[in-house]
Design a protein around this ligand. Sequence first.
Ligand code: FO1
Length: 314
Amino acid sequence: MIAVLCGGVGAAKFLDGALRAFEGEEVVGIANVADDEVMHGLHISPDIDTILYTLSGQVNPETGWGLSSESWRVMERLEKLGGQTWFRLGDLDLATHLYRSARLTQGATLTEVTAELAESYGLRLRLLPATNGDLHTIVSIRDDDGSVREVTFQEYFVKLRHQPLVEAVSYRSDSDADPTPEVLEALKAARAIVIAPSNPVLSIAPILAIGEIAEIVAKRRNEVVAVTPIVEGHAIKGPADRVLDSLGFESSALGVARFYADYSGTFILDTRDSALADQISSLEMRARHTDTIMHDTGTRTALAEFVRGVIEEA
Ligand code: FO1
């Protein structure tokens, strides 16, 4: 069994390839839930939903989130009513949020509801939220007048279109943001742990902010393989490069490797960055390189197959 620490779009594509590359072996996705937010009274789990929709072949390919054949009648009417509409919820996407929110209100855990949704969307992997508790990524941004204020992740990412300068990112949890028993069991039982090509600060760090998860991953560092989300200094999607910069991490594959140095003994670079291999080796990390840009099923599968080869190198 392979456990994969996952964020949003990049992770969903990697999991799609992993299901093919690790054919016949269980793949368990451990998903970031610190982007979750309650809006309109609905519990929204964007990284989980991006994985559900991508792996069921229904994701909107242009955006990487939401559903491909979607209508927006509810949002149009909500706009007329003067409701909040900066976070776009399609009519069919709303069904997922309505289902999840009703089940949570009935007392189900996010783990149970995610398993039910994975079943309904026909997923062939186990998808586990990193925690059932409240864990939120909070972004401290500097406004034009120089003042610093804290916003939720979705406010930064969507409402402010990740334009503001990021002063800091923190991961807030109330007392019960513990890892779920299923997550701990998967991390201990996995023959390898993969850190998917997700935003290290916005998607992976919140998972590693859960103490027991960080401990197990660090202890199993020799069986951990991290895949770079940054190629030639740029993120394939989203603000990973700029956020890394603003947090003092060089927005390069080397910066990401440094970020993961305590947790991963192996780092997969893109071949375009293979010149960085020596510097990565000096972090006591095995550096391997391949084509890491996933633009179709073939490249997703090839990347996952390469990771499998690296895992089985030992
Ligand atoms: N991202 C946007 O840029 N604009 C949106 O209006 C938006 C709506 C949305 C609705 C449901 C959902 O699951 C995701 C949505 N996202 C939207 C993407 C979301 O902000 C990101 O997927 C993650 O939070 C970061 O990976």
